[in-house]
Design a protein around this ligand. Structure first.
Ligand code: PLP
Length: 386
């Protein structure tokens, strides 16, 4: 009987057990302990930043990003509608409101649509972008590097400058993606805007079980994130707190796992590239399928998640997912658009037609870093038979 092929699972083939055992033996299992700082340094070095601030998940990292950016009550943030909802909820945690924008063919937010929104739906007043409809201050632009594909940061940095917006990068899916050419050559996703956030959830490129990391091009903002993540303690001994803080710090146990994982990150990416190429060679342009590309012309992408696009209308997304499930192959549709969910139905929406098309026609394929060539071939054969 054929084995089950999961969509995306962790890969613990390095020193995970050794480092976690060290943490247990040392009895430093909570937010104290040297491994948290070591992991921060390892991530900072990897993405070429001076400092990174560890937190207990990407969602809390994004909440901290809002707070250190000064996004607050009554502000608005431009966000993509085609992404995981955890990217957008922190806007509400900060008592601000999202404005939803559609995607381009990278699956990331369409910069042309974001700019049209700024130009046609807003005006500048005392150096602030004001939304004509709501009268609120549009303070920030939150870009998500969807499935590890770099959003068009050349355009987004220009738009942020032109309209005086803080640029926040949700790089939770894009650890290891960097520009290879252009003005940002050598720059990693997450390190180009004002603030960037990574996630180490179980399905991400590397995992700490749950975890995240905040980086910023403003050293004092990074310091502020650390302060807020540790209950805003101003004095250790006297328990003096100078702000409303949070218990958002990563634990030493999680950091131990992360240290073992980051040692393997380039191997994981190489494996993703190999499997993606195998799917592309076998399926792109065949049987009514396309394998969506990454921005390979100007970036080295981590190729975190693979997207099969159902070009031929005879293919029905949910029927394909079901047929594969019956063969013990796990796949999934891309996320339901956020502006149609939770209570975001009342928020402003701009230019989402392409996002609706991708939502209807994408199936994400198995992409674990321990996926074998045999399993990849089984997925390909099953798809070609449909
Ligand atoms: C995973 C993810 C998050 C949240 O990260 P957690 O660590 O699960 O909280 C946020 N945004 C996007 C786009 C993600 O994929």
């Amino acid at each position: 009987m054929a084995n089950f092929i999961p969509l995306s699972v962790p890969n613990f083939s390095g020193k995970e057990k050794e480092y976690v055992n060290d943490a247990v033996v040392s009895e430093w299992v909570s937010t104290g302990g040297s491994k948290v700082g070591d992991f921060e340094k390892a991530i900072a070095d990897y993405v070429h930043m001076d400092r990174a601030v560890a937190c207990n998940c990407g969602s809390s990292g994004l909440h901290l990003a809002m707070l250190i950016s000064g996004v607050g009550m009554g502000d608005e943030v431009i966000v993509p509608t085609l992404t995981f909802i955890a990217a957008v909820n922190p806007v509400r945690y900060a008592n601000a409101e999202p404005v939803f924008i559609g995607c381009d063919d990278s699956l990331c937010m369409d910069p042309a649509a974001a700019e049209r929104f700024c130009k046609e739906e807003c005006h500048m007043e005392d150096g602030k972008l004001i939304n004509n409809t709501s009268g609120r201050h549009v303070k920030a632009l939150l870009v998500v590097h969807v499935f590890g594909n770099m959003a068009d940061m050349v355009e987004f940095t220009r738009i942020a400058r032109d309209y005086n917006l803080i640029l926040i990068e949700d790089a939770t899916e894009a650890l290891g993606t960097y520009y290879t050419s252009g003005p940002f050559a050598g720059k990693f996703a997450g390190t180009i805007g004002d603030v960037g956030v990574y996630s180490f959830n179980g399905n991400k490129l590397i995992t700490t079980g749950s975890g995240g990391m905040v980086v910023s091009n403003h050293p004092d903002w990074a310091e502020h994130a650390k302060h807020l993540s540790t209950q805003a303690k101003a004095d250790e001994l006297q328990f003096l707190h100078d702000e409303v803080g949070y218990n958002y710090r990563l634990t030493n146990l999680q950091a131990a796992l992360g240290l073992a994982q980051i040692e393997q990150v380039e191997g994981f990416i190489a494996h993703k590239h190999e499997m993606w190429q195998m799917y592309k060679d076998a399926l792109d342009g065949k049987n009514g399928y396309r394998i969506l590309p990454f921005r390979d012309d100007c970036t080295r992408s981590n190729k975190w998640f693979f997207s099969l696009y159902l070009e031929d209308p005879r293919h029905q997304r949910d029927a394909i997912i079901q047929a594969l499930k019956e063969q013990k192959i796990q796949t999934r549709p891309v996320w339901a658009l956020i502006h149609e969910q939770a209570d975001y139905g009342k928020n402003q929406v701009f230019s989402v037609e392409k996002a609706q098309d991708y939502r209807a026609k994408i199936v994400n394929l198995p992409c674990s870093t321990n996926l074998t060539r045999e399993d990849c071939q089984r997925v390909i054969d099953a798809l070609l038979a449909l």
